[in-house]
Design a protein around this ligand. Structure first.
Ligand SMILES: [Zn+2]
Length: 254
């Protein structure tokens, strides 16, 4: 029952995140006007706006002009639903779950915007950093010094990588948005799980970059946004970070 509730809530939130991802980069209002088909501008009826299900009923096409609906829309709704259900299974009901919903929603919308526009808006990261730190002060998980250290270490490491790659190789890899995104991870995860998240992000990013270059799908100069890897590393660290660290330290010591 509760898992179904988490799935449904995730679908609804995912639908809103789609609106955010479409409008925030252009500076448009999130609330007005209501959603419309990007091809024919016909307003979307409430019964055609049910997460995931409407896409299936409409077979991926606008009811009015039959233009295809981008896969991003049901994808984000479905993905957010799965993440919310996973969070409920891991955390159970409580404030920690509410906090995880905020964190995962931010990661999802940042991933979509970075993939589509190669930018990470401060309008999302800065308030979410503040929310994560405030929550650590109130709830104590992670403790606020760990959260604060996470913000500083996360932002600092990415800043150092950007400076280093500029000086040593003369390339622009990551952007300023990656600094605030890493700080956001630190605010929610604390510095230990943040370091694991960063490590996973670099590992995943390097793996995908090598694969894209090797298969010739990207040239050496095409930018590959790093935000989605940070988001993925942060989510994995949120769900399985403690287990991974325990497993790693056991292997290291014994
Ligand atoms: Zn249409």
């Amino acid at each position: 029952m509760m898992v179904a509730g988490a799935l449904a809530l995730g679908g609804i939130v995912g639908s809103f995140l789609n609106v955010c991802a479409s409008r925030l980069p252009n500076g448009r209002s999130l609330w007005r006007p209501g959603s419309a088909c990007p091809a024919c501008a016909h307003p979307i009826r409430w019964y055609d706006n049910v997460p995931v299900l409407s896409f299936m009923v409409l077979r991926g096409r606008c009811r009015d002009c039959r233009a295809p609906i981008a896969w991003r829309y049901p994808g984000v709704e479905f993905g957010t639903a799965l993440l919310f259900a996973l969070a409920y299974v891991h955390l159970g009901l409580g404030w920690e779950l509410a906090l995880a919903f905020v964190f995962l929603s931010a990661l999802m919308v940042i991933t979509v915007i970075d993939l589509e526009h190669q930018l990470i808006p401060d309008r999302i990261t800065l308030p979410v950093i503040a929310a994560g730190f405030l929550a650590s002060v109130v709830l104590g998980r992670p403790s606020w010094p760990h959260s604060l250290l996470g913000i500083v270490v996360g932002g600092g490491i990415i800043y150092a990588i950007i400076l280093g790659s500029r000086l040593v190789m003369g390339v622009e890899g990551m952007g300023g948005g990656d600094i605030t995104l890493a700080a956001m991870l630190g605010a929610f995860l604390g510095w230990k799980l943040l370091l694991l998240g960063l490590f996973l992000a670099v590992l995943l990013g390097a793996g995908v970059a090598v694969a894209l270059l090797a298969t010739g799908r990207r040239g050496g100069k095409d930018p590959i946004p790093f935000g989605p890897f940070l988001a993925l590393g942060g989510a994995v660290s949120l769900f399985w970070g403690k287990e991974i660290l325990q497993w790693y330290l056991r292997g290291f010591v014994g």
